[in-house]
Design a protein around this ligand. Sequence first.
Ligand SMILES: NC(=O)c1ccc[n+]([C@@H]2O[C@H](COP(=O)([O-])OP(=O)(O)OC[C@H]3O[C@@H](n4cnc5c(N)ncnc54)[C@H](OP(=O)(O)O)[C@@H]3O)[C@@H](O)[C@H]2O)c1
Length: 277
Amino acid sequence: MKNLIGRWLAPPQQAEPEVLAQAVSGKVVLVTGASFGIGEALARRLGAAGARVLLAARSLEELQSLAALIRQRGGEAHCFQLDLREAEQIDRVASSILEQFGGVDILVHNAGKSIRRSLLKALDRPHDFERCAHVNYLGPVRLQLALLPKMIERRGGQIVNVSSVGVRMPAVAHWAAYLASKSAFDHWLGAAVPELRPYGIACTSVYLGLVHTRMSAPTKEYASMPGLSADQAACVLCRALIRRPRSLQPWWLGPVHLLSPMLERPLEWLQWLWFSR
Ligand SMILES: NC(=O)c1ccc[n+]([C@@H]2O[C@H](COP(=O)([O-])OP(=O)(O)OC[C@H]3O[C@@H](n4cnc5c(N)ncnc54)[C@H](OP(=O)(O)O)[C@@H]3O)[C@@H](O)[C@H]2O)c1
């Protein structure tokens, strides 16, 4: 039953390796957050499709074993240890990418930090909000700014934002740090689109629902809920690279987004009832 509902809410996407290869073969693709979950699964697929994959995250060991696996299978992969909370590291990684590869063709902003916590339990935790802001918004913006001039000069490329369905839905209690920072980057990219399109740079926002990864695991209720596997989510991202649409989202998110202004107050009220029990 759970699988059936999952397939209905987010029908599995196919990304034929040959079609993906046509889109990415020989291209320099930087994937942030490639050490685990969706980023790791995506990097494997990109490596197999002949992309020159640049893997970035904090966990160097995981990146190195992934790079070794991609090379073993005949692909090309390079590792960059990167903490998106550290401005200096971002600048250093961007400089060495520019120096070694002359820039990137595709940048997949996949790294992410999620926190689910009641506001009342976060009163002495301003760092929750700061960390999410750095990993999900400020770090990606800094990295993108450093790599953008080359994309503009070459008049091409793609920027992919791995976002969440929550960004397009009314606010939900406990998710403020995560969704505010994801929304900020989504908005930033939306504002960049009109200026970047004349240079042939495509911007794609991918709004994912639940994906069963290390990120969603701490929320116990999610374990029994329908969702994608990391590899299924990577397939969705592959389709974003193949088709280069402005956005990709589950079929039901469009109507929910349209109805959001009407749903906001009733949802606030329902949540208020729930929390005052
Ligand atoms: N899982 C879901 O249900 C879901 C739903 C919607 C959207 N998403 C989005 O999908 C993306 C991937 O998430 P996931 O589910 O694959 O989570 P994950 O398995 O926890 O992977 C997150 C990745 O981000 C990296 N990362 C975290 N903090 C970082 C930092 N300070 N600097 C650089 N990299 C950092 C992690 O690597 P290190 O720890 O090695 O740095 C890891 O590779 C995220 O943007 C997330 O918001 C996920």
